[in-house]
Write a protein that binds this ligand. Sequence first.
Ligand code: ADP
Ligand code: MG
Ligand code: ZN
Length: 486
Amino acid sequence: MSIYEAVIGLEVHVQLKTKSKIFCGCPANFGADPNTQICPVCCGYPGVLPVVNRAVVEGLVRSALALDCRINKHSVFARKQYFYPDLPKNYQISQYELPLAENGHLQVKVDEQSRDIRIHRIHLEEDAGKLLHAIGSRPLDYSLVDLNRTGVPLMEIVSEPDLRTPEEAAAYLSHLRAVLRYVGVSDCDMEKGSMRCDANVSIRPSGAQGLGTKTEVKNMNSFRSVREAIAYEIDRQTLVLDSGGRIVQETRLWDAQNNVTQSMRSKEEAHDYRYFPDPDLVPLNLSDQYLEELQKSLPELPEARSARYVEKFGLSSYDASVLTAEKKLADFYEEGLKGFEGKMQKEAAKPLANWLTTELLGRLHAAKKEIEESLVSPESLAALVALVYKGAVSGKSAKVVFDEMFVNGGEPAAIVNQKGLGQIDDEKQISEWVDEIILVNDKAVQDIKSGKTSAMGALVGGVMRKSKGRANPQIVNRILHKKFSQ
Ligand code: ADP
Ligand code: MG
Ligand code: ZN
């Protein structure tokens, strides 16, 4: 065991999904031609006045309420000054001393162990533009500036340094994404950049109280890189300390190609930015009534939904947490459950959960598809579960029906008919098969007669094979037992 423990705090930027930017009316969506979604306000021309977008404030407040934060009814925008070619105003509008929200919580689960991670603060800020570097071009290297992204609304969610392992950090991010997607404020897609994460990492002797010197790691664009970058950084710092060195406070970049972090710059201090309240923007003052309305607008969140599944449907907490991890998956599940009435609902809950999480999700995953692309609808999956429950089709045939539904869609009952997969309940037919199997299985018959009832399985298996899996196994069993008790 290592004599060090890691201390990790995450700064997560999430792009709020609003129609327009944070301080002007330009569209906030990605993908347009460079510099086509800009105006004097987001380009920072002198003399313009920013006006805050109400939907942005609403998105942050709803997120913060879902994350159990205290909302500051009075908050203030501040200017963070630095020079960079993607920042035309030479300052970024952010929040500093009085952020919109503070003191939140997020439960993080690793290996069924739950821990409470405190959220330090959540504040609003605007995004900067994007530089496109044409390195190696002639006669000189040059860079192009695209300002479409300037003024796109972001919220920055800063955790306390409560995370201890790379796995916990990844679990925090994934749960944060789940909550924000439930609230509907962002896609939180790391690959597309609508969720970005900087990881602050330090190590200290196990059990120590104080904090070690940290480095800040940037440039991870997947959950996996976050995990790998933090693990690398912990190992690197351990090596430095073990060889008698000191950790330098700095910003490091994750290099996903070579799986290493590399020093980018020594870390600036907050006072370097010369923060001051933005004189062009009025402070935000939120009323109790406004906050209450937003609180009421929140959907049921993953934990509550998962607890409800355990309580009401009798699912295991594992199944419940898999189903509720994504809102669209939980919605699919509940849509399917609607196909069952009253008491039946509880009976169907578990098999429907199984078909959904193992069969459907498994096949979708292999086909690299999302659940909204599934040709199997909640209704048709429920109908298949009902057919199996009623004994109209065997478990084995149901898989064949499911395959057909997955590839071509369609209703299970129709597929059962069309493929001749229905279960056979005809006692006369089954009795004939039983007789045939008894005739050709002397050994098993002798065993059963001498008291080895376990040999019955071989006969049942024989009948099932003979019927191509379609004989009703309960009837097969009953007829066999009757023949031997005569
Ligand atoms: P800075 O001023 O350098 O940005 P902050 O105090 O604002 O530092 O913290 C930024 C992030 O770093 C937070 O998520 C915080 O939890 C985390 N953090 C602070 N100190 C440490 C530390 N010693 N080790 C790991 N993470 C830390
Ligand atoms: Mg910081
Ligand atoms: Zn604009």
